[in-house]
Design a protein around this ligand. Structure first.
Ligand code: ATP
Length: 293
């Protein structure tokens, strides 16, 4: 019997491993994108985050040698601050997030969390401390309850109800015939983009990491859904260091600092008000978006 059960056990193990890995990566950059070979240093330590200060120091990066994408970039997100990164398509916004998660190693410079170089700590400990609300959230073929619980498998039911409320999913859940026990995913209930993003926010709230990354979906939502997400996001950002990649500037008018990226360099930085007064790149982006509406 051992010989029959071993492979089945092993398959179960592989399945759980893959599912676990997917939940962690949260389909951040698409399932099909292969992960490059980033290895833990032999003496890698565990990241310890108390305050949550994030620092990019003279970071440069190229996917291919001939084509540098990020050039000598430096900025700091102080503990508890909300910093937004904006810029036209291809400016390098997603690349910065991939570097923060250490899906790639920087070519030059360092990225530090509470003074620890992320290249010197284990990738597992790094990713434990960062939560992501991705553009497109993957829902598993399971109940809505389980899908939210992925954020922190040992969460209690009370914790889960709490984050559902904070993520403004309570009304949505109340209207489902099977409530939280409704099956979602490919073979279940299909959620709208806005609902999926709120599930991702609920997961992130449950995980409660010191650093939170919000990758705003490019597809526009109706303004009601957008307001819901924004207030859920504000909840999530409370007491967290947060980095927001914004496509709609209306999302980030309240950011402590806005970094305007252009071709992998910081073109401008400031608050919404100070950047408008500067009448530069940001002001032009803002005016263009106002006219679209
Ligand atoms: P968007 O707003 O469209 O998402 P972005 O500002 O996030 O754009 P990035 O995705 O960071 O931009 O891309 C920056 C540059 O890096 C682009 O020129 C892109 O073509 C290039 N790039 C992105 N991913 C890869 C990759 N895996 N291999 C090679 N080049 C890449």
């Amino acid at each position: 019997t051992m010989q029959i059960f071993m492979p089945l056990n092993f398959l179960g193990f592989v399945y759980r491993e893959i599912r676990g890995a997917l939940a962690n990566i949260d389909n951040l950059f698409g399932l099909l994108e292969t992960q490059p070979d980033v290895k833990d240093a032999p003496d890698a330590s565990s990241l310890v985050v108390k305050a949550g200060r994030l620092e990019f120091n003279n970071v440069s990066f190229a996917y291919q040698h001939q084509r540098p994408i990020i050039h000598d970039l430096s900025f700091v997100v102080e503990p508890g601050e909300k910093v937004a990164i904006v810029g036209e398509s291809g400016a390098g916004k997603s690349t910065l997030i991939k570097l923060l998660f250490r899906f790639y190693d920087v070519t030059d410079g360092t990225i530090c969390l509470d003074g620890q170089n992320i290249a010197a700590v284990t990738q597992q400990s790094l990713r434990q401390h960062i939560g992501i609300v991705p553009q497109d959230t993957v829902l598993f073929n399971d109940t809505l309850y389980e899908n939210i619980r992925y954020g922190r498998p040992d969460a209690s039911e009370a914790d889960i109800y709490e984050v559902i409320r904070l993520a403004h999913l309570d009304t949505f859940v109340a209207e489902l015939p099977d409530g939280l026990q409704s099956r979602v995913g490919e073979r279940g209930l299909k959620l709208s983009g806005g609902e999926k993003q709120r599930v991702a926010i609920a997961r992130a709230l449950l995980k409660n990491p010191p650093v939170l990354v919000f990758d705003e979906a490019t597809s526009s939502l109706d303004s009601h859904a957008e307001q819901h997400i924004l207030s859920a996001l504000r909840q999530a950002a409370k007491n967290h260091t947060s980095l927001v990649i914004a496509h709609r500037l209306s999302t980030i008018v309240d950011a402590d600092k806005i970094i305007v990226l252009r071709q992998g360099r910081i073109a401008e930085t400031g608050t919404h008000v100070s950047l408008l007064a500067k009448q530069g790149v940001y002001a032009a982006l803002w005016q263009a978006q106002q006219q679209e509406q």
